[in-house]
Design a protein around this ligand. Sequence first.
Ligand SMILES: Cc1ncc(COP(=O)(O)O)c(C=O)c1O
Length: 377
Amino acid sequence: MKPKFRFAEKALQKIKKENLYRQLRYGRVCGPHITIGKKKLLNLCSNDYLGLSARSPIHIQMQSSSRSVSGNDILFKDLEDKLASHKSQRGALVFPTGYMANLGAVSALAGNEDLILSDELNHASIIEACRLCRAKTLVYKHNDTDDLLKKIKSNSAKTKFVITEGIFSMDGDYARLDEIAEITEKCGAVLMVDDAHGDFAVGDDGKGTAHLFGVAKKVDVYTSSLSKALGSFGGYVASEKSAIDLCVNRARSFIYTSALPAFLADASLRRLSLDRTPNQKKLQKNAFRLREGLKKSGYAINTKTHIVPLIIGDEKKTLEFGRYLYENGVFAQPIRYPTVPKKSARIRVSVTARLTDTQIENALDVFERAGRKFRAF
Ligand SMILES: Cc1ncc(COP(=O)(O)O)c(C=O)c1O
C-alpha cells in the first residue's frame, strides 16, 4: 500500500467495524437464476420485473458523442415520442441512466430561488439532484401528507416542487399519490414523480403508479428508468414541452456526456411494442404469492407491490441472514446504511414474472427456515 493511501485504509476499517463493508461479487444472470462461482442460486434481487431483459437487440452501434453534438440518433425521436405518449405528456427526453435523468431534470427545472419538498426516503439520485440545483430543500416525513402540507405552506418561494418516488425502492410501498397530487394542485406546486419501480410494472398497460392511483394527469414531471421493468437500459424524463426544452438546454448530465448507444434505444422501442400484459399479470400473481407466503410464515409484510423488504434491523444479523439464504440457494441481498437508515438493515426481496410457482414455494421454505433461525418474526 502506498503510504499516501493510509486515509483510504482507515476509512475502510471504520466501514468494516460497523458491518457496512460492501464487496463486489461476480456472477452471471441467466433466466431466474444467478451463477456465482459454481453455485446456481434463485435470483430474488432482480429489477427485471417483467422478465424482458434477455430479448437481444439486433443492431449494435456504440455512441461516441453527446446528444447535443452528433450522438442524436433518429431512434431517440421515435422512442421519446412513444415515452411521452406512454406517460400522457407532451414530450420526453432520454438520458443514459435513470440516475442521470433525475440529476438533469431537477437541476434544469429548479434553481436557487425555488423550494423543493422531498420525501425522506427518496432515492440517492434525487438527494444528489436537490443538492446540485441549490434550491432550498425541505425533507418531509416519509409519505406523511400532513408534514408535506405544513412544510409547503411554511415557505413563500415562487416555484415549489414536490418530489416523490412512485413505489419506494427499498420499502416497496406506494407513495400516497392521490393525496400528494391534491396538495400540489391546491398549492400550485410542480409534482415530480420518479417511477423507476412502478413504470411498466403497474397500472393499465404498465403506465405506472400515478395511473394506478387515477392521478396520471396531475403529475407534472415524470422521471424513470428503462433498466427495470422494461428490461432495457437508460432513463428518461416526460413532461411539458417547455420543461423538456429546458432539460435539453440546461441539464448537464444530458449535455456533457455521451449519448446512450442507439441499439439500446432500439431495444427499448422493441420492448415498448410488446404486449407486456401477460408478464404484468404474472408479476402481480407472483408478488401476491410471495407476500402471502411470507405472511403465513409470520413475517410482518406491509407492502402491496413486487418489492418486499424483510426488515431485520441489525446490520450484522442481516448479513448472516443473507449468507444463510445464499447457502440455501436464494440470492436476495442485504441492504444496509447508507442505502437505508442505520439499524433498519433488511433483505430486499424483489419478485419477477419469470419465477415459477415451484421456485416461489422453494424460496418461501428457505425464508421460513431463515426466519426461525434468526428470530426474524
Ligand atoms: C427510485 C430510483 N430512481 C432512479 C434510479 C436510477 O435508475 P438507473 O438504474 O436507470 O440509473 C433507481 C435505481 O435503482 C431508483 O431506485
